[in-house]
Design a protein around this ligand. Structure first.
Ligand code: SAM
Length: 283
C-alpha cells in the first residue's frame, strides 16, 4: 500500500509529534504549528502535556491515550481519522511510540490506509547515543528491560553476542540491579550512563559497567552499552564457546554458526570438530 502524507486526501491524518525530553525549548516550529492546528491532541498524561501546551499557548482540545486505555480508545481514534479529523499524538516526552503508547494506533491506521506522518524531534535514546562516544552504528534500541531480574537476565542473554551498541532506558530505583545483571551477563563492558539530558543536571558517566555502578544516580537515564567484541572476551576454545552459547539458549547449529563467524573458521569443519569434542567427552 502506498500512502502520500500530503498529497492523498483520505480522511484526516495522524501526526506523531515529538515533544521535549526535558528542556521545553526542544520542540520544532512545525510541531507547535501542528499542535495548534489539529482537531484534537491525544496525550499520554494530559496534566504533564498541559505544561508544554500552556507554555506554547496551544489551545487545542486534549484527550488521554495511555497504556491503560489504548485497547478501548484505538478504534475510536481510527474512526475519527477516517471521518476526516486531523489528530496529533504526543507522549510525556520525546517521540511517541518509542517506549511509549501509540504503536497500536499507527498499526491500525496503516492497515486502514489512513495517513500517518511523523513530526521529528528529541528522543532520549538517540540523544544519549550520539553524545556517548560509543560507536553509534550499528545500534540496537532495546528500551526498558524487564523489571524482574530473572526475566531481565534472559533478555540480556539474547543480546549478549550482538555486535551493535545497545541502548537501554532505566528507572533510577532499578539502575543498580540492572547494571549488576548487565555486568554478570554481558561482561564488564564499556558503557555510558546519560542522565537528565537537556536539563540543568545533565551528566554523562562513562567507564566499565562495574565502575559506573559504584555511584548513586537520580533522575531520568539512558544506558548505552558497547556491543560484543571478540577482543572483549578471551576467545579461548571454540568448542567451549559453543557449549557456552548452547547453555545460554542458542540452538547447537546456531551456536556453531556464530562461533565459526567469531573465530573466522569454516562452519562445516567446526561442526565436525565439535562433534568429535563431544564424543571424546562421552556426550
Ligand atoms: N518516548 C521517549 C523517547 O523518545 O525517548 C521515552 C519515554 S520512556 C517512557 C521514558 C524513559 O526515557 C526514561 O525512563 C528514561 O530512561 C528516558 N528518558 C526520557 N527523558 C530523558 C532525559 N531527559 N534524560 C535521560 N533519559 C531520559
Amino acid at each position: 500500500m502506498r500512502t502520500r502524507s500530503f498529497k492523498d486526501e483520505n480522511g484526516g491524518i495522524l501526526y506523531l509529534v515529538a515533544t521535549p525530553i526535558g528542556n521545553l525549548s526542544d520542540i520544532t516550529l512545525r510541531a507547535i504549528e501542528i499542535l495548534k492546528s489539529v482537531d484534537k491532541i491525544y496525550a499520554e498524561d494530559t496534566r504533564t502535556s498541559g505544561v508544554l501546551l500552556q507554555h506554547y499557548d496551544i489551545k487545542t482540545k486534549v484527550e488521554s491515550y495511555h497504556n491503560f486505555n489504548q485497547e478501548e480508545k484505538t478504534e475510536s481514534v481510527i474512526d475519527e481519522i477516517r471521518g476526516g479529523m486531523n489528530i496529533a499524538l504526543i507522549s510525556d516526552a520525546g517521540l511517541p511510540v518509542i517506549s511509549d503508547p501509540g504503536y497500536k494506533i499507527v498499526y491500525r491506521a496503516r492497515q486502514e490506509g489512513l495517513r500517518v506522518s511523523t513530526i521529528p524531534g528529541a528522543s532520549a535514546g538517540i540523544s544519549a547515543l550520539i553524545a556517548s562516544g560509543i560507536a553509534p552504528m550499528p545500534y540496537t534500541f532495546y528500551g526498558f528491560l524487564d523489571a524482574k531480574t530473572t526475566k531481565r537476565k534472559e533478555e540480556l542473554k539474547e543480546l549478549k553476542y550482538l555486535k551493535s551498541t545497545l541502548i537501554f532506558y532505566e528507572a533510577p530505583h532499578r539502575i543498580h540491579e540492572t547494571l549488576s545483571d548487565m555486568e554478570e551477563v554481558l561482561g564488564d563492558r564499556y558503557c555510558c550512563l546519560a542522565r537528565e539530558l537537556t536539563k540543568t543536571f545533565e551528566e554523562f558517566i562513562t567507564g566499565s559497567i562495574s565502575e559506573v555502578n559504584k555511584e548513586e544516580y537520580k533522575g531520568e537515564m539512558v544506558v548505552i552499552v558497547s556491543g560484543y567484541k571478540e577482543e572483549d572476551t578471551t576467545l579461548g576454545d571454540p568448542n567451549q564457546k559453543i557449549d557456552e552459547m548452547i547453555s545460554l539458549g542458542y540452538k547447537p547449529n546456531d551456536a556453531i554458526k556464530e562461533v565459526a563467524k567469531m573465530f573466522n573458521l569454516d562452519r562445516k569443519e567446526l561442526y565436525k570438530n565439535y562433534t568429535l569434542y563431544k564424543n571424546n567427552k562421552g556426550e
